[in-house]
Ligand binder design. Sequence first.
Ligand code: SAM
Length: 311
Amino acid sequence: MEDTSDGFQVVRHKRRKKKAPATDFVKSKPSLNNVSDTYDTVVSIEIFKRRIRDYELEIENSEFFEHFKTCWYSVIQHLAVIKDVISDRSNLLSSSSIEISTPTNMNSNDNCQHDVYDIVCYGLGNFTLCPIARYQFAFLHLMTKFLQIPGQCFVYDPKFTEEEKIILKDLDFHVIDKNEECKRPINRSTVFHMPHCGKPMYNNLLWSNWSYNALQYLILIGNSFNSLKLRFPSRILQNEVPYIHRILPYTQEIEIDNNFQHSDIFNDTSLHYFPADKISKIVATEFWQECNEPLYKSCDSLEITQAKFNV
Ligand SMILES: C[S@@+](CC[C@H](N)C(=O)[O-])C[C@H]1O[C@@H](n2cnc3c(N)ncnc32)[C@H](O)[C@@H]1O
């Protein structure tokens, strides 16, 4: 039995030729028996849920979360502007015969009723093994409740183990089944939670939503773009992560105070969004049209796992 530093236990049994020992979780999830040639890994989901609930309470009652909620209000205002624009469009549409384009699959009512539709989380890490990832997971779970999203919470990390995927599904997360390299295009308000992720991951996300319509719906919780600007020379950002570099002047960033009792969970984390009044100032058509898909050298593999290198 391995105690992973804060009481959460991963129970490992040597594979037996005969029937595996009965546990409440294995009985209902027989697929766990295929996890490894050498071991059966048995995780008690009930223990995990209780542990996560404790973490959630700790976050929920913290000054950090109070501050996060304060920061969130400015996102709500930003989303309200989008709602107004959509409803103005709808009114205009109903009062005239002019055709106004709404993003594909977008039902304008969706956004009029809800502030945020979906959450996507990339790069959480191994939350059954790492306390940092576990707190970030608890924050994500708390956020799904706080935001009351009508859509889904999608998650992906190439490092997720089979038992982590089972836990995620049990808690109603939608586990993405392939490495989309953080290139998920959106057409309705979506929060991306990408804690402590590599620069190419943010760069890919921006590239896949490189238009006025898509960017206005994108809210990113991740490493501070402002601190990237301070830490890296402009030339490096321009060459290596050009979409971050290009969107910097049009980004609204709200730094979330790192006042949580553990300082290495939410450090360097900001809310980022792209207000219509800023991105509408981009008049040069080539700004949007010059959008080649990003390519990374193999040395960047430390910052992103690319689909072709997935193991
Ligand atoms: C620096 S770690 C951060 C882990 C954790 N969030 C933390 O703060 O300790 C970056 C994470 O991004 C994940 N990652 C790398 N490529 C990815 C991809 N293409 N899609 C989603 N996650 C990816 C890695 O597996 C790793 O868990």
